[in-house]
Design a protein around this ligand. Structure first.
Ligand code: SF4
Length: 189
């Protein structure tokens, strides 16, 4: 069915009049001003990657009720990628683990552990692995000479996209000091 230019303009004028006459309570329920009305708001940074997009978090009675891009933030000006847009589901999710769960080698059961126990365990396992795989020197087959390498080949370290420049610097320094040569970044995998 065709539509004349006059009919098109008349339809547009009617729609505009309808919008102008709508009462506040009849406006789109998705309008941010209504969804977050009366909620406490605070700003933060998205934890997922080093772009560092700004967020506004709305809370009600101490619980997260909404998360959205901060339009005043100089980096993202309110926009978020798909990961940042789904942050609400990370904050409010019954399936999110909030305690350390440990499964011993060979076991079929998960046990709840404290952070103190967990950090000690990680440090102990790192020390054991480093001691087992550390090489002070290595023979170079090309010239048949022994060279100092101070390398722990049994370990690898992975950085994450959430690390900024300074954290990456510290992470690489820490890894090198442990003798780790296999240092990679999550985004290259
Ligand atoms: S994950 Fe997306 S929203 Fe979060 S900081 Fe990176 S680009 Fe921004």
């Amino acid at each position: 069915m065709g539509i004349s230019r006059r009919q098109f303009l008349q339809g547009g004028a009617l729609a505009a009049a309808g919008v102008a006459l709508a009462k506040p309570g009849e406006a789109n329920v998705d309008a941010p001003g209504l969804r977050t009305k009366g909620l406490k708001s605070s700003t933060t940074i998205c934890p997922f990657c080093a772009v560092g997009c700004g967020l506004i978090v709305h809370t009600k009675d101490g619980k997260v009720a909404n998360i959205e891009g901060d339009p005043k933030h100089p980096i993202n000006k309110g926009s978020l990628c798909s990961k940042g847009s789904s942050l609400f589901q990370v904050a409010v999710n019954d399936r999110r683990l909030q305690k350390v769960m440990y499964r011993a080698p060979g076991s079929d059961k998960w046990e709840e552990k404290s952070w103190d126990w967990t950090l000690d365990r990680i440090a102990q396992r790192m020390k054991e692995t480093r001691d087992k795989s550390f090489k002070a020197s290595e023979l170079n087959k090309k010239d048949n000479k022994e060279y100092v390498v101070n390398r722990a080949d049994g370990m690898a370290m992975f950085g994450g996209a959430g690390l900024d420049n300074e954290e990456c610097y510290l992470w690489s320094k820490f890894s090198r000091s442990m003798g780790v040569g296999l240092l990679e970044h999550q985004a290259r995998l």
